[in-house]
Design a binder for this molecule. Structure first.
Ligand SMILES: [Zn+2]
Length: 241
């Protein structure tokens, strides 16, 4: 599981023009409204036209008018928003790790965004329900955790849509995920020639790619708590931003 710290306020794109709709709640990333529609609906089938809620569509139109392929927290495109961080956790839900993470967040009254892997959502629906019940947000981290740069547009859509369906099925209602984190940071950190196609598909789906500004590298420092904490400390400026 990757623990990434994303400096907060980077959500400025999404904050601009996000409608204050009755179905929107504050997500863990300040300024980003996570639309939640509570009525149970049939999950759309893969390949069906993407139907987002009105608030997401309005926000997207506004943002895309300024930047045709918006992404959040792309490395090198970060801003200073003071001493704030957004906590994000990737690759779950995991039956061993995620409940422990949720316990710690609850003890410290912190909210986070969980970028979930669809196939794990399908296996651990009760953990997904707990994440949302305890006030955290969900983001799309694809179904099979592929390098998106290796995929064609149709495969990218399937990775996104099948994860969305798994989340909707786990929760029992439609929970359109607007935030997505591409596995391995591709095609931002590698395979950048694939970025136009990737961004086109994300735009079509009204998905905001979210990178990170600090990687704790907990995924390779298993059990070495001090080193993990030191990575976070060293990567976080005292002034924020
Ligand atoms: Zn991942």
């Amino acid at each position: 599981m990757v623990v990434a710290l994303l400096l907060a306020g980077l959500a400025v794109y999404a904050a601009l023009g996000t409608a204050e709709g009755a179905n929107a709640t504050e997500s863990a990333i300040p300024g980003v409204k996570q639309p939640i529609v509570k009525e149970p609906v049939e999950p759309p089938s893969v390949g069906a036209a993407i139907k987002m809620d009105g608030a997401t569509d309005d926000a997207w139109e506004f943002i895309a008018g300024r930047d045709p392929s918006p992404s959040l927290a792309v490395l090198g495109e970060t801003y200073n928003y003071g001493r704030q961080v957004a906590l994000t956790f990737d690759d779950g839900p995991d039956p061993n790790v995620t409940p422990a993470v949720l316990d710690v967040l609850r003890d410290h009254e912190l909210k986070a965004t969980f970028f979930v892997v669809g196939r794990r959502v399908a296996r651990n629906p009760e953990i997904v329900r707990r994440i949302v019940r305890e006030g955290h947000s969900l983001g799309n981290h694809t179904y099979n955790h592929p390098n998106m740069a290796d995929l064609g547009a149709g495969q990218m859509r399937n990775e996104m849509q099948s994860t969305q369906e798994a989340v909707d099925r786990a929760l029992g209602y439609s929970y359109p995920m607007t935030l997505m984190r591409p596995p391995y940071g591709a095609p931002y950190l590698s395979d950048q020639h694939m970025r136009p196609l990737f961004q086109r598909v994300m735009r079509e789906r009204r998905a905001y790619p979210v990178m990170w500004t600090v990687d704790s590298r907990d995924w390779e420092l298993e059990g070495q708590a001090y080193s993990i904490a030191e990575n976070v400390r060293a990567g976080t400026s005292k002034e924020g931003g």
